[in-house]
Design a protein around this ligand. Structure first.
Ligand SMILES: Cc1cc2nc3c(=O)[nH]c(=O)nc-3n(C[C@H](O)[C@H](O)[C@H](O)COP(=O)(O)OP(=O)(O)OC[C@H]3O[C@@H](n4cnc5c(N)ncnc54)[C@H](O)[C@@H]3O)c2cc1C
Length: 441
């Protein structure tokens, strides 16, 4: 009797779950359904193009996908090509691993002006995500502002401040590489509401700023306290102390030697985007931390800039037929359980925080739930599973992309890359399908 499990989404959370399911039982069949023709979620579409080593985890997931009890259905979107209810009718269990793809909105006057972008859109654009290839942000600016004090903000700041040499080893799509290489940007400002000890940058990423040959990172030394507050938990304090040390090291480099500057600015919160149609600057309000919260002081200052990227977090999108937690931006669940046979993992379950491997424990919880719900195998095997899915997709004329198709796309991406770039990505779904369906001579 085979237990059929569908996983919606092929990011880290989906793949960790597939892997855990394969190890849990031999009599299990796992189908991964992905709205894009390409797998791996934010590993492909989020992780920075100059962090190729991080992306190597995809090789591990590839081994999972190539297991014969796993099938990949790319270019199939739940909610568009078929409904969640239809999927549940076909599979014993369904796991949501759809991530949290939407930007948390910057809610200040002027935020809808041209030149203001959310990080999901901006990062998606420079990573060649098909949803964002038409964003075409104007990088013909002298100064850019990034709101946020986490690794996403740091990725954006670093990429804008790298020279063409630094970017040539990346898998930036040609359009993004050209826009960045031609950008005259000299000053990139990263703004945090709190102080340097509260910044959420991981230290490895922050230290990377010291190695950039073309830009210098700067911070007001008077803000660099000797050590992080003692009331922080041990782990957070250790990280904050390391970050403070790294920021102190910024001052050891000579600004005169660098063409570009990344300004780490603290205790400031955005209040208004300035300009007519297009952003020409941003008004910031000084903050102070009172009882652990950053509050405005009423003192404002303006920073001229032609580009603003808000890296202030992500949220999941509501899914038809399921409750939605507006405040947390997730699908409510109990340790990943939504109801019998329906689970959630990754960012849709926990919210948008943590690294790739943070989704591994979610997969272990799914195994607990499956064992509780289906351990006695009652009713298992009566659903149509993979056969039912394939029939439905065929009946609806959906051009599903198999894992072998994806491998063919990937081979083409490698083949058309110019050394030392690792790949030249397909960024358009129609181009991907054309490539796959083009008759071979
Ligand atoms: C900009 C950025 C940079 C990051 N950099 C790093 C890093 O360097 N190192 C690190 O460890 N972590 C990094 N992270 C964090 C890491 O990417 C996440 O922790 C992880 O990707 C979350 O996994 P997930 O599977 O929940 O979501 P995702 O990776 O978002 O995967 C969700 C998948 O579901 C698919 N999907 C969505 N809706 C549907 C639907 N209706 N039907 C079918 N499929 C659907 C999506 O297309 C996507 O492939 C970064 C995150 C961001 C945003």
């Amino acid at each position: 009797m085979t237990l059929s499990v569908a996983i919606i989404g092929s990011g880290p959370a989906g793949f960790y779950t597939a892997d855990a399911l394969l190890k849990y039982r031999d009599d299990i069949e796992v189908d991964i359904i992905e709205r894009l023709p390409t797998p791996y979620g934010l590993i492909r579409g989020g992780v920075a193009p100059d962090h190729q080593t991080t992306k190597k985890v995809a090789k591990k997931f590839e081994r999972t996908a190539l297991t014969d009890r796993v099938a990949f259905y790319g270019n199939v979107e739940i909610g568009k090509d078929l409904t969640l209810a239809e999927l549940r009718d076909m599979y014993d269990a369904v796991t949501l691993a759809v991530g949290a793809p939407a930007d948390r909105k910057l809610s200040i006057p002027g935020a809808d002006k041209k030149g203001v972008h959310g990080s999901a859109a901006f990062v998606g654009w420079y990573n060649g995500h098909p949803d964002f290839q038409e964003l075409e942000p104007d990088l013909n600016v002298d100064a850019a502002v990034v709101i946020g004090n986490g690794n996403v903000a740091l990725d954006i700041g670093r990429l804008l401040a790298r020279s063409d040499i630094g970017r040539s080893k990346t898998d930036l799509p040609e359009y993004a590489r050209a826009a960045m290489d031609e950008s005259p940007v000299k000053d990139v400002y990263l703004f945090g509401r709190r102080g340097p000890a509260d910044a959420k940058f991981t230290n490895v990423e922050l230290r990377e700023m010291l190695g950039l040959t073309e830009s210098i990172s700067m911070v007001d030394p008077s803000l660099l306290v000797d050590s992080a507050p003692d009331d922080m938990d041990d782990r957070a304090k250790r990280l904050a102390d390391k970050n403070l040390d790294t920021m102190r090291a910024f001052a050891q480099r000579d600004p005169a030697k660098f063409e570009k500057r990344v300004h780490f600015e603290f205790y400031a919160s955005p209040v208004e985007i300035l300009g007519d149609d297009h952003v020409t600057g941003i008004r910031m309000e000084r903050t102070q931390v009172v009882d652990g919260r950053a509050v405005g002081t009423g003192e404002t200052f303006d920073v001229p800039c032609g580009l603003v990227v808000a890296a202030i977090g992500y949220r999941a999108e509501p899914i038809e037929g399921l409750p939605y937690d507006e405040k947390l931006g997730i699908i409510p669940n109990d340790r990943g359980r939504i109801d019998r046979g329906m689970y959630a993992v990754g960012w849709i379950k926990r919210g948008p925080s943590g690294v790739i491997s943070s989704s591994r424990p979610d997969a272990a919880q799914v195994i607990d739930h499956i064992s509780e719900d289906f351990g006695d195998l009652k009713g298992v095997g009566s659903k149509s599973g993979r056969t039912g899915l394939e029939k439905l997709l065929k009946d609806r004329g959906v051009r599903a992309v198999s894992f072998a198709d994806w491998q063919s796309l990937e081979d083409a991406e490698h083949a058309r890359a110019t050394h030392p770039a690792p790949r030249q990505k397909f960024t358009d779904v129609d181009d991907m399908i054309d490539h796959l369906d083009r008759p071979t001579s």
